[in-house]
Design a protein. Structure first.
Length: 410
């Protein structure tokens, strides 16, 4: 009979991004993958506790002491700082690898996250852990605890082919509304992508996955199928968060605005539940839908634009063909209703001086009209993206290190 586990510790490491190629937000965010797993485990009478070392500012030894006090018979550690950043994680496993030797003497260690989802052999080797879960871990961790794991769980000592695409994909309807019971939510002051004021922030999820195929996107081994959670459960979470003092949430959806999002927006507007921020694609919105977004409580929106020029949009396989003037028109209109409007740009794979000049001219015009547009960011060839295959060939256990060396020479 396979191993069964009755006490599970779910650990968010004490993240430190010094020297990392990571470029995203370094503040603490809710480890939703661990909170979801905790809810499913507890529903089956399995004792499960989330230890959020980053939020509680625990060091490596303090984290191990906290975990040891729980006397778990299974420990889970995530290799990315929240689901929000599975698509752009630190490529290095420095922090989880430093924590691993402190946890392994306590109980078998299982890693979840984008690294093991794409390259399980790499995660097993770097962390020296007992097993890796490929893909979305919530249900698979429950199956593992009950002694019935699928092939999405790769164990140490068993051949782990990085070419195999057997990864767990979650039915989001199985996720209950989170209660945040025993989680130190009051310590969570960061309000993601909100740049003024003070308060309590949190992250929530309405949908998961993306039906588009942008060439640089890191989604192949997880979160590639678009799915939604029931609107009623999302609203229940917002009520619980509000009761705990949270006044702003950020929807971590890869693509906010698809499917039944209009139903969610209607519920948010009717209940005046919470101010919120989100990330989305500009081509999903027109002036009327932007009005709905604002009326529902959106105060911060980030458009993954990549480029204002159709020829670059095509190269990146964005799936739309928007002209620079229309892009600017929509974003300026959004700014009349939503306090913070941002567009993100990336460097095209083969930039030329004329394109860079035109991009900067367009960017400065947008900034001059009140819309923040980022400087073009250099693309990182995440293992699992088309860009990785184009630049580095098929994925393998050395892919993360090769990608980091290619982009920063270190």
């Amino acid at each position: 009979m396979a191993d069964r586990f009755k006490r599970v510790a779910l650990v968010n490491p004490p993240w430190d991004f010094q020297g990392s190629r990571y470029w995203a937000c370094t503040e603490p965010h809710l480890p939703l993958e661990l909170l979801y797993a905790q809810a499913l485990l507890r529903a089956e009478d399995i004792e499960a506790t989330v230890v959020d070392s980053q939020l509680e500012e625990l060091g490596l030894r303090e984290t191990a002491d906290r975990v040891g006090d729980l006397a778990p018979d299974l420990i889970v550690v995530t290799t990315a700082p929240s689901y929000l950043f599975w698509r752009c994680p630190p490529p290095e496993l420095t922090v989880p690898a430093a924590l691993s030797p402190h946890l392994k003497p306590i109980a078998p260690l299982v890693a979840v996250g984008p690294h093991g989802s794409a390259t399980p052999g790499y995660a097993l080797d770097r962390l020296g852990c007992w097993a890796v879960v490929r893909g979305e871990p919530e249900e698979e961790l429950l199956r593992l605890a009950q002694g019935r794991p699928t092939s999405a769980t790769v164990k140490d000592g068993i051949a782990a082919s990085s070419q195999s695409e057997v990864a767990a994909v979650l039915d989001l309807s199985t996720l209950p509304a989170l209660t945040y019971e025993s989680y130190p939510l009051e310590r969570k002051t960061h309000r993601h992508h909100l740049f003024w004021g003070e308060g309590q922030g949190a992250e929530v999820e309405f949908s998961r996955g993306c039906p588009y195929g942008c060439s640089f996107c890191n989604r192949r081994f997880f979160r590639h199928q678009y799915r939604e959670r029931p609107v009623e459960r999302v609203m229940a979470e917002l009520r619980r968060l509000r009761a705990r003092g949270v006044d702003y949430v950020y929807f971590i959806d890869e693509l906010f605005g698809l499917g039944r999002c209009d139903r969610l927006l209607a519920a948010l507007e009717e209940e005046r539940a919470m101010s919120f921020g989100c990330e989305t694609r500009l081509d999903l919105w027109d002036e009327a839908r932007l009005d709905r977004l604002a009326d529902a409580g959106c105060v911060s929106v980030e458009f993954g634009l990549e480029s204002p020029f159709p020829e670059v949009q095509s190269i990146l396989n964005k799936g739309y063909n928007l002209q620079p003037d229309r892009i600017l028109e929509l974003m300026v209109y959004a700014k009349t209703r939503i306090p913070w409007v941002q567009a993100d740009l990336v460097e095209p794979p083969v930039p030329d001086p004329d394109l860079l000049r035109r991009t900067e001219e367009w960017r400065q015009e947008a900034i001059g009209r009140g819309v923040w547009v980022s400087e073009p960011v250099k693309l990182f060839p995440y293992p699992g993206s088309e860009l990785h295959e184009e630049l580095l060939g098929p994925i393998h256990d050395g892919s993360w290190e090769a990608a980091r060396e290619l982009t920063c020479g270190c």
